[in-house]
Design a protein around this ligand. Structure first.
Ligand SMILES: [Zn+2]
Ligand SMILES: [Zn+2]
Length: 233
């Protein structure tokens, strides 16, 4: 499915990755372990080869997003880009997991390390789609990022937003490390001019994306104010 000119959604097991068809191929997320074959088929479907894959950008370090990195990048010269806050978390040892009983650390422990990665920071503009901006939107994980392609008014949101019963809403309660922070991060998305939201686990949204993002940002503000008020009573 082409979600913007040269941008293909690749259906992997339970998650979408995105393939950007430029002289140097870029993949956004890499699915679970065992996803390389599906990625390769999609690459070949558009008449390209995995040898053209220059980089994989990871929206965050959950196993359904970075599991396939090693099998795709391992033997080739593929740059892996990720926010350092998630990369650091991946080095967690079993001792920490047991001691802290932290769900994020538990997930990290069972996630296959992607190997060497280049850190990317908020505000950085990558040479993809005429300028792909990194927007740090922590909360789902500490290093969750969105990627914004101004040329197409296209925003890749990873797992920072989900769709429940047809409505866009905040990140998953179950799988997010800091929900309040995840909600607050939506304000960063609402600053952008967005026509298409590309989710990792749902089909893209093309109608009223700006309104949806602003509505969620307002809701996040209202929720944090009412919590603050309740806390001060
Ligand atoms: Zn996910
Ligand atoms: Zn996730």
């Amino acid at each position: 499915m082409e979600i913007a000119p040269g941008v293909h959604a690749v259906r992997l097991l339970n998650v979408y990755a995105f393939l950007v068809d430029e002289p140097q191929l870029t993949l956004i997320d890499a699915g679970l372990i065992g996803s390389a074959g599906r990625v390769q088929r999609q690459v070949e479907r558009i008449g390209r080869s995995l040898d053209d894959l220059a980089r994989i950008i990871c929206t965050h370090a959950h196993p359904d997003h970075i599991g396939g990195v090693r099998e795709l990048a391992g033997e080739r010269e593929v740059e892996v880009l990720m926010h350092p806050a998630d990369l650091d978390g991946l080095s967690v040892g079993l001792r920490d997991v047991v001691a802290n009983r932290n769900r994020g650390q538990l997930i990290a422990y069972f996630t296959r390390h992607p190997g060497e990665a280049t850190p990317i920071e908020d505000g950085q503009v990558l040479p993809i789609l005429g300028g792909l901006r990194v927007v740090h939107t922590p909360g789902h994980t500490p290093g969750s990022i969105c990627l914004y392609a101004k040329r197409h008014k296209l925003l890749f949101v990873g797992d920072t937003l989900q769709v429940i019963r047809g409505k866009v809403t905040f990140a998953s309660r179950v799988f997010s490390e800091d929900l309040a922070l995840a909600r607050a991060s939506v304000a960063r998305m609402a600053e952008l001019d967005v026509e298409t939201i590309a989710f990792s686990h749902y089909p893209p949204l093309r109608d009223g994306a700006n309104e949806v993002l602003r509505g969620l940002a307002d809701r996040a503000t209202a929720m944090s104010e009412s919590r603050r008020r309740a806390a001060s009573l």
